[in-house]
Write a protein that binds this ligand. Structure first.
Ligand SMILES: [Zn+2]
Length: 295
């Protein structure tokens, strides 16, 4: 049903934010695992790419500790699948570069112990990882770097580490830092509704979400990605291993099953906080807004 729910994206249509000064800007979007970019930032990145800007995806790990159906294997086998999925997601979004920092996936509860001497991302020295990320930002002449909010979204230890590393990298190089997040109160309301409709598994810790992500009043950017939902859905679909499970429901699978209008309602906007910037009214609807307004 959802396959035909989104109209095709209007990549060739003029966008009011497309290169008004004829300057191509660069956004480096930093994530913990393949599929995080699709869930949190896909529409924003597709919109930036469609407007002619350069989009660079950076992933700290290959996501080899993620859950997936047994057919995808585990460890390195799953990691290779997920890196290929990341490449497919990047292609769907118009991201031209994909970089991996090469850390091990720490697992949902930081429980994974790598056997090959690889450093888990949660154990990475923040300064070392931030220098790696800053070097990528410099190489691609980044204008904007995206990281995660101080809660690490829903609190995965690798997502908390993305927050720390991106904050430090932004200090090391001259970029605008935007922290990808979700407005907390509407998310909690949506999850409660989803539970009543049996779309959200009973095992999900709803109480935990009352401390997750960011209070609405603290958001600085609300990016309308309504014209880029086909690309966003294609990026989410590219992560097929993460919509698979031998038992239980997966967030990605639940979201991909949403009918068009609900998908648009839940995923048609993406949110960011620019640390140090007071929230305006209305919120900024352009990830490059504060780059362009700087002298
Ligand atoms: Zn993740």
């Amino acid at each position: 049903m959802p396959a035909t729910a989104d109209p095709p994206d209007e990549h060739s249509a003029p966008d009011e934010h497309s290169l008004p000064e004829g300057r191509r800007l660069t956004i480096v979007s930093f994530h913990a695992h393949p599929d995080d970019e699709a869930l949190l930032t896909a529409g924003t990145l597709a919109r930036a790419a469609a407007a002619g800007h350069r989009v660079v995806l950076v992933c700290a790990t290959a996501g080899e500790a993620g859950l997936a159906a047994a057919g995808y294997g585990t460890g390195d086998s799953l990691g290779s699948h997920r890196v290929a999925e990341l490449d497919a997601s990047a292609a769907a979004l118009g991201a031209t570069e994909v970089e991996l920092l090469g850390y091990a996936d720490s697992g949902l509860h930081g429980e994974v112990v790598p056997t090959d001497g690889q450093v888990r991302f949660v154990d990475a020295d923040v300064e070392t990882a931030a220098r790696q990320l800053a070097e990528i930002c410099r190489r691609w002449q980044a204008d904007v770097l995206t990281g995660y909010d101080p809660q690490g979204g829903y609190g995965h230890p690798d997502h908390l580490q993305v927050h720390r590393v991106a904050r430090r990298a932004a200090e090391l190089c001259d970029v605008v830092l935007l922290e990808a997040t979700v407005p907390r109160e509407p998310l909690v309301r949506l999850l409660r509704l989803g539970r009543r409709l049996h779309l959200v598994p009973a095992s999900l810790d709803l109480e935990g979400y009352e401390r997750a992500y960011t209070p609405t009043a603290e958001l600085t950017h609300r990016i309308d990605v309504g014209r880029h939902l086909a690309a966003k859905r294609a990026a989410m679909r590219a992560h097929a291993s993460q919509a698979s499970a031998d038992g239980g429901a997966r967030t990605l699978a639940v979201l991909l099953r949403l009918p068009g209008p609900l998908y648009r309602l839940g995923l048609g906007r993406e949110w960011f906080v620019q640390p140090g910037l007071a929230p305006g009214n209305p919120l900024l609807d352009d990830v490059f807004a504060t780059v362009r307004s700087s002298p």
